[in-house]
Design a protein around this ligand. Structure first.
Ligand SMILES: Nc1ncnc2c1ncn2[C@@H]1O[C@H](COP(=O)(O)OP(=O)(O)OP(=O)(O)O)[C@@H](O)[C@H]1O
Ligand SMILES: [Mg+2]
Length: 470
């Protein structure tokens, strides 16, 4: 709110005295003022910060005012620009207006005159931004992700989302794989004051360390061989919005330190950069790992945890909120079934309700997608469910007594109806074996298997392989 009162001004003027006078006068009038001595510096400042009104001299070294004006309008959401010049000619004025300048002032001008123009320009920009926000809000209303929440645990999670979303607090979402962490992160962004900004997500487990650093923080031209031009990092793209750090506990130690500094100082350096870049991002992070153990084993910094953990939302496994299974199944069927949504027969529904869903909602969704494809006559019966879901719980008290609470029952005893291992099963076993061998180190596992980290990541997700459930 207070931002609206004091508009942010950038003065691009090469004449040092005039620049200083303008700065002092405008600051006295309550504006927040930055200055640049030439066109190049002005463009740099615009890149680093959010400016409402640019006061731009025409004759400047390096890049002149008209070129600055041209480049400013190539950017999304540009500031309003008022051109200042000594030798006004009608042609330059017309050209500036054509290029999208808000106004044009000829030196010498009185400060009260400048004040009026700046106020009007700032107001115009505010209206433009508001308008954009409203339009996006309208477009969004239909697109708000629906979160099925019948169980008390899930209702509580949704209540927390609603409470924390409008603040700028960092949020850490914890829960097993497939419980809906990403869905919740989206909802936080959509319900926040940053909803008009971008929601940028990055999976911290999906890249090698050096790649992750340049993805996250960007790089300058020449930072390493192959870095031809400057690349903006995801943290910069999330400026004014939300940065979702998925699998945050997988961040390598050096990047944890860099991220912590960026959060604390709200500035960071691009790789190979010497200039600090300001950012204003809200951090939402997620992990399916046990926080106590990653801090205890030293793989995750406790000070970073403390920073991103301003607020924690824990998503309970689906097996511990079985009331959600039926409404979720109906909702997901609507979603995956399209117009010819098949019906679930009572036996199939019962099988869904009693299964333990180690892969949580994602597994339920995959299971229904498959069932929709296999279904005949618009009905889903147990025959269309995967064997592990469809098989009725055998009454073998011994097996139940030895299985862990909440874990999938062990059906190995019922070998009579076991089917031969599918290719998928074999691949899954291979991956699991490699994971065990490396103590779940993803980089080493990918190396052993001869696949890239991102392929490994996708496989872990497809097969619902999660350290906590294995
Ligand atoms: N309560 C819910 N209501 C509707 N859909 C849900 C719900 N929970 C999860 N889903 C859906 O289930 C799928 C998996 O959820 P999501 O990707 O958010 O899980 P995740 O916790 O991020 O998993 P992972 O740890 O594997 O990344 C998504 O398609 C999501 O939309
Ligand atoms: Mg996820």
């Amino acid at each position: 709110m207070s931002e609206q009162k004091s508009a942010r001004i950038l003065i691009a003027e090469d004449e040092a005295n005039l620049r200083l006078v303008l700065q002092k006068e405008l600051e006295r009038l309550g504006y927040r003022v930055q200055v640049a001595p030439d066109g190049e510096a002005a463009l740099r400042k615009l890149e680093e910060s959010n400016v409402d009104v640019l006061l731009c001299d025409i004759n400047m070294p390096r890049i002149d005012g008209m070129e600055v004006l041209r480049r400013v309008h190539e950017r999304p959401n540009p500031p309003e620009v008022i051109m200042l010049t000594g030798q006004a000619t009608v042609e330059t004025a017309v050209e500036a207006m054509k290029l999208g300048a808000y106004d044009y002032l000829t030196k010498p001008y009185h400060i009260t005159e400048l004040d009026i123009r700046v106020k009007q320009a700032a107001e115009k920009r505010r209206l433009r931004v508001d308008n954009l926000r409203l339009r996006e809000q309208l477009a969004r209303q239909s697109g708000l992700p629906e979160i099925v929440s019948v169980s008390e645990a899930m209702k509580e999670a949704v209540r927390l989302v609603e409470r924390v979303a409008p603040s700028d607090a960092s949020v850490l979402i914890t829960g097993e794989s497939g419980t809906g962490k990403e869905l919740i992160a989206h909802a936080i962004h959509r319900l926040s004051n940053r909803a008009d900004g971008s929601f940028i997500d990055i999976n911290c487990a999906a890249f090698q360390e050096s790649l992750l650093e340049s993805e996250l923080f960007g790089y300058e031209a020449g930072a390493f061989s192959g870095a031809k031009g400057r690349k903006l990092g995801l943290i910069e793209l999330a400026d004014g919005g939300t940065l979702f750090l998925d699998e945050v506990t997988e961040l390598p130690a050096q990047l944890q330190a860099k991220l912590l500094r960026a959060i604390e100082t709200r500035t960071f350096f691009r790789v190979g950069g010497v200039r600090k870049v300001e950012v204003n991002v809200r951090i939402v992070a997620a992990t399916n790992r046990n926080l106590d153990s990653v801090v205890a084993d030293g793989s995750f910094r406790s000070d970073l945890l403390y920073r991103i953990n301003g607020f924690q939302i824990d998503l309970v496994p689906l097996r511990e909120r079985s009331e959600d299974i039926e409404p979720l199944a109906r909702y997901l069927l609507n979603y995956v079934g399209g117009t010819t949504k098949p019906e679930l027969d009572p036996q199939a529904l019962e099988a869904l309700r009693t299964y333990s869903w180690p892969g949580n909602v994602r597994q339920l969704k995959n299971c229904l997608e498959r069932a929709v494809i296999l279904s005949n006559n618009g009905r889903i019966t147990v025959n269309e469910l995967p064997p592990e879901v469809a098989r009725p719980t055998p009454f073998i008290p011994m097996a139940q007594a030895t299985s862990q609470p909440g874990a999938a029952p062990d059906y190995s005893a019922t070998a009579a109806n076991a089917s031969p291992a599918s290719l998928r099963d074999v691949e899954r076993q291979q991956i699991l074996a490699a994971l065990e061998q490396t103590g779940w180190h993803r980089g080493k596992t990918a190396e052993i298997l001869g696949i890239s980290s991102s392929t490994l990541y996708r496989r872990l997700r497809d097969y619902n392989l999660d350290r906590r459930t294995h």
